[in-house]
Design a protein around this ligand. Structure first.
Ligand code: RIB
Ligand code: CA
Length: 325
């Protein structure tokens, strides 16, 4: 663990990379927590703020978890609380996967750093306006905060270089046969974001389900023998137990960490330009992301959709980042 505030050495893969300013909007959530730690351990990222939203658990729990993880990482960035419920639909959570706390049976110490703001949307608008250059917003939870931000403060759109979304799928969903959880938890918000005219990269289940933290991955992380790696391996073990019990799958998919990794290493996935829209009136298809290859519907593409992934490179990126602690 580096002393708090000490500059971390760049990892071999990151040397020479420019530093990218990012904001993370999340619903910790085990994979969100690992994503925050990946970002905090990446020398080429400067995390300017972490905002929370209801999703995997209530916003009270996701906010408490975000504060604890940011403190564990020694990141020192502001944490702000966002929307407590979706725009329109009844709230949906994922306690069966992430546990009642949202972080499995984790025992992270409470953070002593107070919240920087109780209203993430207003705080994001004000912070983005102060940024000297456009930044990247990494959205790894339901898109409620992002939709509210773009609707209430459209003037911030030029301050966003792009929005990297963990969400959606060209193929089957994970919360219903057609929908991925982040989109399903607030389909109306997602529809607004895809229509907002801000550049989007969509990192969906088609690629994230190919990076699963199996026993061998967990053992490699535990072998780093740090406070951070001990917590991460514990979370991933309970995550793996949950997905085995629920779906008979081996290893929890690291959805959110892969989305973060595409910022530091864009070549970890391959993208195709598509027109993406969200089903908000369907019954069985409610929350489905319908991804049209360019030209199919006459709509201009509005997103770059991840279609391929390099799992070995991703695991190297994750281990390199966790090794910084
Ligand atoms: O479908 C996976 C997504 O839903 C991830 O962001 C996970 O944290 C949950 O929020
Ligand atoms: Ca998440």
């Amino acid at each position: 663990m580096t002393a708090a505030g000490m500059a971390r050495e760049a990892t071999p893969r990151e040397e020479g990379r420019a530093v990218t300013n990012v904001y993370i909007d999340c619903d910790p959530g085990i994979d969100d927590a690992v994503a925050i730690l990946l970002a905090g351990g990446s020398k080429s990222l400067n995390v300017r703020g972490v905002s929370t939203v209801a999703g995997n658990q209530t916003v009270e729990k996701t906010t408490d978890n975000a504060r604890r993880v940011v403190a564990l990482a020694g990141m020192g960035c502001p944490v702000v609380r966002g929307a407590s419920q979706p725009l329109l639909r009844p709230p949906v959570h994922a306690g069966e996967v992430h546990g009642d706390s949202g972080l499995g049976d984790s025992h992270l110490p409470a953070s002593r750093t107070p919240l920087a703001a109780e209203n993430a949307v207003a705080w994001l608008a004000e912070s983005l306006q102060r940024e000297p250059d456009p930044v990247i917003l990494v959205a790894i939870g339901p898109l409620t905060n992002v939709a509210l931000l773009l609707a209430a403060f459209p003037e911030v759109k030029p301050r966003l270089r792009e929005i990297v979304i963990m969400g959606g799928a060209m193929g089957p969903g994970n919360i219903t046969p057609c929908a991925e959880f982040n989109i399903y938890a607030d389909p109306e918000a997602a529809k607004m974001v895809f229509r907002a005219g801000v550049p989007i990269r969509m990192v969906g289940l088609d690629v994230t389900q190919k990076v699963r933290a199996t026993r061998s991955v967990i053992d490699k992380i535990r072998s780093l023998r740090s406070d951070v790696s001990e917590h991460v391996s514990g979370w991933l073990t309970s995550y793996a137990d949950a997905v085995r019990a629920l779906h008979g799958e081996e290893g929890g998919a690291l959805h959110d960490p892969l989305a973060v990794a595409t910022v530091t290493h864009p070549d970890v996935v391959t993208f195709e330009e598509m027109y993406v829209d969200v089903e908000t009136r369907g019954g069985l298809t409610y929350g489905q992301t319908v991804c049209h290859p360019a030209g199919l519907t006459g709509h201009a593409p509005n997103a770059k959709v991840a279609v391929g992934v390099r799992p070995d490179l991703f695991w190297d990126i994750l281990i390199d980042a966790l090794r910084q602690y």
